[in-house]
Design a protein around this ligand. Structure first.
Ligand SMILES: C[S@@+](CC[C@H](N)C(=O)[O-])C[C@H]1O[C@@H](n2cnc3c(N)ncnc32)[C@H](O)[C@@H]1O
Length: 249
């Protein structure tokens, strides 16, 4: 295999599900991200009408959110965007990098769900992403993130069965944690319905709560809340962060 040339090719090459967005859609069909996001928006900005979702993937969450908001989705991978446009033709989905994208519009809500932020690993690039969030947020707009805030330190593998359109696949998942880079790597070993085996690795950067707060504040947001979800506690490893774009910033 030749090495990937672009960030999008790199992201796609490392994740088996990204090479098959339809399968990605099926595997994540039980996600509660969109519902949780909507609850958070309703409780902080019930008057919100417009929303942009960075790292929107297959557009699954966006499809739910688009019933309530005027939505635009942005994703890095052209293959993912092509799939999302075909599977959900009513949605406005664009190819773009959340480090640099500029849509020329400010929204009531900016979202980055399903750990998409964690695919950006370097501090400088993370600052760029928050600058993108700010560039698309009206004063007092809401920023809603769902991202890893603590490492997964369990080392023993867990095996699960995943229903795919071609039959059941088995996946065995093992995590490793690199404290120096704050990257959690998920090593997956798949046995596909055909009997073929495949391996992939997903590297996600953890931003601890205080760190997340600093990036948000530097970009002009005030963090209102961080929680695991509906119950309001923060225990990790994944958190919903809600922040408000400060007036005048
Ligand atoms: C785990 S998926 C989550 C997708 C969607 N938010 C969801 O919850 O189903 C992460 C997505 O982030 C996208 N992504 C990674 N880096 C990105 C970047 N720099 N700019 C835009 N999208 C990016 C990937 O292409 C992928 O579709």
């Amino acid at each position: 295999m030749t090495s990937p040339d672009t960030e999008a090719e790199h992201v796609e090459a490392t994740n088996l599900l990204y090479r098959d967005p339809a399968l990605c859609d099926v595997v994540q069909s039980d996600s509660t991200g969109a519902r949780m996001c909507q609850i958070l928006i309703e409780s902080h900005r019930p008057d919100a009408r417009t929303l942009v979702d960075f790292g929107c993937g297959t557009g699954r969450d966006l499809e739910i959110l688009a019933k309530r908001f005027e939505c635009v989705g942005v994703d890095l991978q052209p293959g993912m965007v092509d799939y999302a446009r075909k599977a959900r033709p009513g949605l406005d989905i664009r190819t773009g990098d959340m480090r640099t994208a500029r849509l020329g519009a400010r929204m009531d809500v900016v979202t980055c769900m399903g750990n998409s932020l964690a695919y950006v690993h370097d501090n400088e690039a993370i600052s760029q992403v928050f600058a993108t969030f700010a560039a698309h947020a009206r004063p007092e707009a809401l920023l809603v993130l769902c991202s890893p805030v603590a490492p997964i330190t369990r080392t023993e593998p867990i095996t699960a069965t995943v229903d795919t359109p071609r039959g059941p696949a088995t996946v065995s998942v093992r995590h490793t944690w690199d404290l120096r880079t704050q990257i959690n790597t998920m090593h997956r070993h798949w046995v596909l319905p055909s009997g073929e085996e495949a391996r992939d690795e997903i590297r996600r950067r953890v931003l601890f709560p205080r760190e997340l707060e600093r990036y948000a504040e530097d970009a002009g947001f005030e963090v209102l809340n961080m929680s695991d979800g509906a119950k309001g506690a923060l225990t990790g490893p994944t958190a919903y962060t809600v922040a408000l774009r400060r007036l005048g910033s």
